[in-house]
Design a protein around this ligand. Structure first.
Ligand code: ADP
Ligand code: MG
Length: 151
C-alpha cells in the first residue's frame, strides 16, 4: 500500500492516525534518505500516542529516546552506527515485545539485529518538493491493524 502526502502537515496527520491505532507491541521501521520525513512522521505518531510532540527530535546522538504517553514510545535512530554488530551488546530492542511502540529510523543499518516482525515504511520523495510517498509493507507477523487503520 502506498500513501502520498504533499506537506509536512499531511505527514503529521498520517503519523497521528498510525499512532492512534497503536495498542502496544508494534514495531515500525522508517526507511528513507535524510530529509525524507522520518522525524516528521514520528512526531505525528507521537501525537497519536498522546505525547508532547515537542519532545520528539531527530535522535542524532542518542540511539534510543524513551517517551511516556498513552503507551511508551521507544524511538531508535541507527544513523550513527557503522556496523550492525556495534549494537549487538546493547539492549536497544528489549522492549519490542512489551506494551510500548518501537519506532526505528535507519532500520537497515541494524542488519540482523533489527526486529523481524514489523510494519516497514519506505519513503520516497518527489516529483514536487513537498511530495512524499509512503510505502507500507508487513515483515513477518507485523502489525496489520496499522495498515487497516489507514483505510
Ligand atoms: P528525516 O528524519 O527523514 O531526516 P525530517 O522529518 O527531519 O526528515 O525532515 C523532513 C523535511 O522535509 C522537513 O524540513 C520538512 O519540512 C520537509 N517536508 C516537505 N514536505 C514534507 C512532507 N510531505 N512530509 C514530511 N516532511 C516534508
Ligand atoms: Mg530524522
Amino acid at each position: 500500500m502506498i500513501v502520498t502526502t504533499h506537506s509536512p502537515a499531511q505527514t503529521r496527520l498520517l503519523g497521528a492516525r498510525l499512532g492512534a491505532a497503536c495498542t502496544g507491541g508494534e514495531v515500525v521501521l522508517l526507511s528513507g534518505e535524510l530529509g525524507a520525513g522520518k522525524t516528521c512522521l514520528s512526531k505525528g505518531i507521537a501525537e497519536g500516542l498522546g505525547l508532547d510532540v515537542a519532545e520528539i527530535t531527530s535522535p542524532t546522538f542518542t540511539l534510543l529516546q524513551i517517551h511516556h504517553g498513552r503507551l511508551p514510545l521507544y524511538h531508535i535512530d541507527l544513523y550513527r552506527i557503522d556496523r550492525p554488530d556495534e549494537i549487538a551488546h546493547l539492549d536497544l530492542f528489549d522492549e519490542v515485545d512489551g506494551p510500548g511502540v518501537t519506532l526505528i529510523e535507519w532500520p537497515d543499518l541494524g542488519g540482523r539485529h533489527t526486529p523481524a516482525h514489523a510494519l516497514k515504511i519506505q519513503i520516497t520523495t518527489g516529483p514536487e518538493d513537498d511530495d512524499r510517498q509512503w510505502r507500507f509493507s508487513l515483515l513477518g507477523n507485523g502489525p496489520a491493524h496499522l495498515i487497516d487503520a489507514l483505510g
